[in-house]
Design a protein around this ligand. Structure first.
Ligand code: AMP
Length: 219
């Protein structure tokens, strides 16, 4: 089973992706996390990606995304399937993914669109912290670390993501509206889109997703 998670910033894609990956033994591909790791590297690709995501706060061009994806997808075993979070983000990436999976005799079985009102996005992002070292995400209101400012997993320092200043959040939300929203129509027309209300407690959202999968004979 191959799934795509769509939704605005802080709609809970990462949280739900982790839960789905665990339940169904799926490989979890989080594009933002992969790019943040590359941005940390001391290489020309690293500094290019750092400038785009952390300094400018814009989407990374397809050419680089496909390069990263080819390398990454080539290395993971598809096994029981993959859950994609943050990829595809534009129609051209969705077409690329379709081609990639077709070559392997696979397809996207379902795209799950997590909705969230804009006001809620800002509220959730205000509490979001990320481990500088391992990338684990926390929320001071809903999922705080055990020790203030310190990652439970690796002891790294928790920081505000450089692309999560109010101005950059606004730009990223606009990008979602303009560039990513068309994907909802793309998957709807293929009959493989489920829209789920992300403005509910984590477990309620998860159960909702599970029932949509069951309804379609997936999972
Ligand atoms: P995220 O953690 O999903 O919010 O991603 C962080 C940043 O990485 C985004 O704001 C983009 O700059 C970049 N990014 C992540 N995924 C993609 C993608 N599929 N295509 C282009 N840029 C991306």
């Amino acid at each position: 089973m191959n799934l795509v998670l769509l939704g605005p910033q802080a709609s809970g894609k990462g949280t739900q992706a982790e839960k789905l990956a665990e339940k169904f033994n799926l490989a979890y591909v989080e594009m933002g996390g992969i790019l943040r790791k590359i941005a940390h590297q001391n290489s020309s690709l690293g500094s290019k990606i750092n400038e785009l995501i952390n300094i400018k706060g814009v989407l990374v061009p397809d050419k680089l995304i496909f390069q990263v994806m080819n390398d990454y997808l080539g290395r993971i075993e598809i096994l029981k399937g993959i859950i994609f979070d943050g990829f595809p983000r534009v129609i051209s990436q969705a077409r690329y993914l379709e081609k990639f999976l077709t070559k392997k005799g696979q397809k996207i079985d379902l795209a799950i669109y997590l909705t969230l009102p804009r006001k809620e996005t800002f509220k959730r992002l205000a509490g979001r912290r990320i481990c500088e070292k391992c990338g684990k995400v926390y929320n001071l209101l809903t999922a705080p670390p055990k020790r203030e400012g310190i990652c439970d997993l690796c002891g790294g320092k928790l920081i505000v993501r450089p692309d999560e200043t109010p101005e950059k959040i606004k730009r990223r939300l606009e990008e979602f509206e303009k560039q990513t929203k068309p994907l909802i129509k793309f998957y709807k027309e293929k009959g493989i889109l489920e829209e789920v209300d992300g403005n509910q407690p984590i477990e309620v959202v998860f159960e909702d997703i599970l029932s949509r999968l069951a309804k379609r004979g997936l999972g």
